[in-house]
Design a protein around this ligand. Sequence first.
Ligand SMILES: [Zn+2]
Ligand SMILES: [Zn+2]
Length: 315
Amino acid sequence: MQDEFESATESSVASTEALTLIGNDVRAGILHALSDARGGEGNPPALSFSELRSRVGADVDSSRFNYHLQRLVGEFVERRDDGHSQLVETVVEQEGTGYALRPEGTMLTRTIRATTDGDGASLSPTELDTDCYFCGEPVEAMYEHALFKIQCPGCSYLYEYDFTPPGVLHGDDGSIVAQASEYNRSVRLAFARGVCHLCGNAVDTTFVEPSETGYPRPDKRAVCINRSCDRCNHRNYLRLGEALLGNPALISFCHERGLDVTATPIWKLEFAATDRHVTVRSTDPWEVALRVSLDGDTLELVVDEELSVVEHSIS
Ligand SMILES: [Zn+2]
Ligand SMILES: [Zn+2]
């Protein structure tokens, strides 16, 4: 068995190499067993070689098991002596000598656990307590194949359509919609603020004519704000109202008039769920205005093509 400690360098494994590394039953079993051990109560333990091999239960001899284990050491796994990580100053006391996940391994296994669901669970179309702002039909939510969708069955206008991890399904039908909406709000607000929620990269901004997006009912949209990540290829089309949901002037204007936009589902906010109050002033360069009216007052915010607010007025 290899006993040398690995150097404390940052993992630089490329994404294709990462997929190759974990694309093996034994190595996947090792990562899963170490993730299981880390997820319990108390301090994250290190597992001895024999304990780890026992937990994985792979039908391979000791030397073969060690070969696979060492393929992971230095990338997603580290060997610890007297409980001390070679990599990070731990904030809680560590226990045991043996193998544990590196922080990169913890992030990887958590991502895989969060985005996979062996049950293939789904939410069949469920009527919500909100009527379509265009045609008046009650809108419906559904979840299938990792996509959460809220759409109007009457006019096909799409209110939400997001990759959503299956953890939102762990509840009754009412909490599923609430959890999915809350999760997707955090995703969309991260994009709105210019950060990819998956990889942390800064995202690009492009204003797009709705007819160029392939989304249903482009005739009911004024503009689509495409925020895309060139690192993980994640992208999102935002409406202007939701892109401005973190704007302090908008938050306070609504709060002073009894509406908490930080806690209301986006699809319940007409100015954020539709472009009915959006005016395109110019397309070259893009300049777009949003009007939010409450209690007889109207807040108007105007953004440029960088999504920066360039005008702000209340009338
Ligand atoms: Zn409709
Ligand atoms: Zn990204």
